[in-house]
Ligand binder design. Structure first.
Ligand SMILES: Cc1ncc(COP(=O)(O)O)c(C=O)c1O
Length: 390
């Protein structure tokens, strides 16, 4: 199958910013258009054929999520994005003064700020320091855990360094300590399978817009039996209501207050179908080639400082943060844009990690299945031109 036929990938500049947001696959756009043009109605309301069809298509997405992640339909909660999912867990768990949370030095702000905020309640936040290349060590995590560690909140892959983390071991060490585990899988799901029957996290968050899906939609996985109270209540969440009180529904419905993002949810389902259609083995093989081509492009340029893993086997995805001489990161990004490449520059919402790298910001090139080795070769040439100006 020709992967490129599934996307409208821009050529000039080429899109090298997939870690911020991936391109949206054509079948995703088609699915949303199908809903809007053929059965546009609210869901779970009334008996007419449009609402019935919309409800059926909407519900089918939970089944897709369950199959995709090896979990149960009822364990997925619709959210807007990874950030909302993680905040939901921070608000929905009953943290008490003295409870401890372990998170890491490589987190996106979305998996750091919600925990730091809990310090106001007297919660203790401990930080697992990654090594210089961004790798998290299970034995170091073990040393930080205590009987009071209520939650371990980890990224599956750094959005700055593209690290491959020993997820199963990190989760196991935490579970052996009877701690709850939250995985920030925002940078994982678009690149590698995540089998939740093996990686036994209690909560897992990801965003549709990073997995070929629409913006404004994501999912929170909430393992059956793991504690979590709804952070919003209202229409759609109750079994029964009176002027004195209410009884909540079971399962995910108790968390999904109000009319949901119907088209986007269907779009998310189509995004997962797209990943299935391409197949993770093909995505991984393609990215492996891109990763080694990118390493060659960087290696041949003495002006470039590359952050994070130095070898392809430690990279989870084709995501590279770098600096060129002393040229400010935004200037490098503007030059690269002029030479044909759309890269991100800044702190990538990971200020503590950026500070640890000893810089104010970096340029980030992040590629995906719709990029190719020829683009990487030309990117290497563009970097040489930028280097010559440094
Ligand atoms: C690792 C990681 N976590 C969380 C987020 C936040 O995702 P969103 O903005 O979709 O909520 C991102 C986005 O870049 C990310 O890369």
């Amino acid at each position: 199958m020709d992967i490129t036929s599934l996307f409208d990938a821009p050529k000039n500049p080429a899109y090298f910013d997939s870690a911020a947001s991936s391109l949206t696959a054509k079948p995703v756009r088609a699915k949303m258009e199908e809903f809007y043009s053929q059965y546009r109605a609210n869901i779970h309301r009334g008996a007419h054929r449009y609402t019935k069809k919309a409800s059926q298509e909407y519900e089918a997405v939970y089944a897709k999520l369950a199959k995709f992640f090896h979990a149960k339909e009822s364990e997925f909660i619709q959210v807007r994005n990874t950030t909302e999912a993680i905040n939901g867990v921070a608000l929905g768990l009953d943290f008490q003064r003295g409870d401890e949370i372990v998170t890491t030095s490589i987190e996106h702000h979305s998996n750091l700020l919600p925990w730091l905020r809990l310090k106001e309640k007297g919660v203790v936040v401990r930080i697992l320091e990654a090594d210089d290349e961004g790798k998290l060590a299970p034995d170091k995590l073990k040393a930080l855990l205590t009987p009071k560690t209520k939650l371990v909140a980890l990224t599956a892959c750094s959005n700055v360094l593209g690290t491959k983390e020993p997820l199963e071991q990190l989760v196991k060490v935490s579970k052996d300590n009877h701690s709850l585990v939250l995985l920030d899988a925002a940078q994982q799901v678009g690149h590698h399978p995540l089998d939740l029957s093996k990686v036994k996290a209690d909560y897992m968050a990801f965003s549709g817009h990073k997995v070929f899906g629409p913006t404004g939609i994501g999912a929170l996985y909430h393992r059956e039996g793991a504690p979590l109270a709804p952070w919003f209540v209202g229409g759609g969440t109750i079994r029964e209501a009176s002027l004195e009180g209410y009884k909540l529904l079971e399962n995910h419905e108790r968390f999904e207050a109000g009319t949901p993002a119907i088209a986007e949810w269907m779009g998310l389902g189509a995004a997962l179908d797209t990943i299935d259609k391409i197949g993770y083995p093909k995505i991984e093989a393609h990215e492996k080639k891109l990763i080694s081509a990118m390493f060659s492009a960087f290696a041949s340029n003495p002006k470039v400082s590359l952050y994070g893993p130095k070898s392809a086997q430690d990279k989870a995805c084709a995501l590279f943060a770098f600096s060129v001489g002393r040229v400010p990161h935004h200037e490098v990004a503007v030059m690269l844009d002029q030479f044909g490449f759309a890269c991100r520059s800044g702190h990538h919402c990971a200020m503590p990690l950026t500070k640890r790298l000893g810089v104010e910001g970096t340029v980030r090139a992040s590629l995906h299945v719709y990029n190719n080795e020829e683009e990487v070769r030309m990117f290497g040439e563009a970097l040489q031109k930028v280097g010559a100006l440094a």
